[in-house]
Write a protein that binds this ligand. Structure first.
Ligand SMILES: Nc1ncnc2c1ncn2[C@@H]1O[C@H](COP(=O)(O)OP(=O)(O)OP(=O)(O)O)[C@@H](O)[C@H]1O
Ligand SMILES: [Mg+2]
Length: 390
């Protein structure tokens, strides 16, 4: 697109001769106005690339006019036409309105065109530099985010190493607490026996927690598991059925109903025990967040993207602050929680090449979608694949 050039002068002789000369010598889109107000009105729909304005005009004078142009189009190239006697005000305007050049009347057309061209070149250069600056700033911001992520994962790895050592040592010491069993058996004092049994219950719970921690930090870098375990093409619905059946024995599920619906019976490449653990973790969280009498819906489905397990509850839901932190090791809002369930679940799902998507509204409930990738087609000679119908 050729640059749009406005010529503004109250003297018709000037606008006519100047715009004719420019139209002859250049391919610019030149329009002429005899009043600054008219020119400003036209600029509202057709912004100026270049403005050549007279200095002394009735009504709005050249400098006041160019000031308004500058405010609307910061990149416009502005030139002032002056008489010899007005040189000083033109010089002042250079700073005041960001004037590119002033041109003394009578002008030399070739020189005027050269000045405009130089102004346009400088303007294009400035626009390019600015775009590059913006891009550079965006890159710097990206780098900063990447650096933060790296630091966070390094911190997590360090925490993992410490936790692995601690969990091991705690497991050893916990064995000794088993002597409480002997105390419970041999004492004649019923109070002592009851205390001893309380100690044993605590031991059991601590043991389960340590097993969870060990599982979480089982990889050498304490951060991510290597995910190398055998996966077989299996009936996902059967795995979820088993998980839900197990959950019915869970103390926290008492008084809540876990409803399972099988909308499809997809097969997936999976590790039965791991996927069962993932589903149990999600459904346990759901019943724990639900009030008595509530229903938790577990659905097995499949779409074009692959198999899908949905766990939906109508319980407490999560605030954005909680949502932002879940999955962080040891982040929990439950007094009895360890804060590892979701982290372990996410890792299992990712190790299967799947995804975990969480949507939650405080006071409304939570929906978690566990997706697994489509099972690869069975190759000839491979073990038979179970494909069970609906
Ligand atoms: N379905 C849900 N509804 C509401 N909040 C949830 C739900 N699932 C998870 N949360 C929130 O996320 C937190 C972390 O869950 P996560 O399963 O990782 O740990 P936890 O349940 O607290 O402990 P545990 O390690 O025993 O599972 C919970 O404490 C709870 O605040
Ligand atoms: Mg949990």
């Amino acid at each position: 697109m050729p640059p749009r050039v406005y010529v503004v002068d109250d003297d018709r002789l000037v606008t006519t001769s100047l715009s004719t000369a420019l139209q002859l010598e250049t391919d610019w889109a030149v329009t002429a106005y005899n009043s600054a107000v008219d020119a400003l009105a036209a600029m509202a729909t057709a912004p100026a690339d270049v403005v050549l304005s007279d200095l002394k005009m009735p009504g709005l004078d050249g400098i006041a006019f160019l000031k308004q142009v500058r405010a609307r189009t910061p990149t416009a190239v502005l030139l002032l036409l002056t008489g010899y006697a007005d040189k000083e005000s033109a010089v002042a305007a250079i700073n005041e309105v960001g004037l590119w050049q002033y041109v003394e009347k009578p002008w030399d057309t070739a020189d005027l065109i050269l000045k405009v061209r130089q102004g346009l070149e400088r303007r294009d250069l400035l626009i390019r530099v600015e775009a590059q600056n913006r891009e550079l700033a965006a890159r710097v911001a990206e780098l900063e985010v990447a650096r933060e992520q790296l630091l966070a994962s390094e911190r997590l790895a360090a925490v993992g190493r410490v936790m692995a050592g601690l969990a091991h040592e705690m497991g050893n010491q916990l064995g000794l607490i088993g002597y409480a069993e002997v105390i419970a058996e041999r004492t004649a004092d019923p109070d002592v026996a009851e205390f001893a049994r309380a100690i044993l219950r605590a031991q059991k719970r601590l043991g389960a927690m340590i097993a969870e921690i060990k599982d979480f930090v089982r990889s050498p870098d304490g951060h991510r598991g290597d995910g190398v375990y055998l996966r077989e093409v299996d009936d996902l619905a059967a795995v979820v059925e088993e998980a839900v059946a197990l959950l019915r024995f869970d103390r926290d599920a008492a008084g809540r109903t876990v409803e399972l619906s099988l909308r499809a019976r997809p097969v997936a490449q999976l590790h039965r025990g791991k996927i069962m653990q993932a589903v149990i973790n999600l459904a346990r969280n759901a019943v724990q967040a639900s009030p008595e009498g509530a229903v938790v819906n577990v659905t097995v489905d499949a779409d074009a993207e692959g198999p899908l397990v949905r766990v939906v509850d109508h319980g407490a839901g999560m605030t954005p602050e909680v949502l932002a932190r879940i999955g962080e090791p040891f982040f929990t809002t439950r007094s009895e929680g360890t804060g590892l369930g979701l982290g372990i679940t996410r890792r299992i799902v990712e190790e299967h090449g799947g995804t975990l998507r969480i949507a939650s509204q405080p006071g409304q409930g939570t929906e978690i979608a566990l997706r697994l990738p489509l099972a690869p087609p069975a190759s000839p000679g491979a073990a038979p694949v179970r494909t069970g119908g609906p």
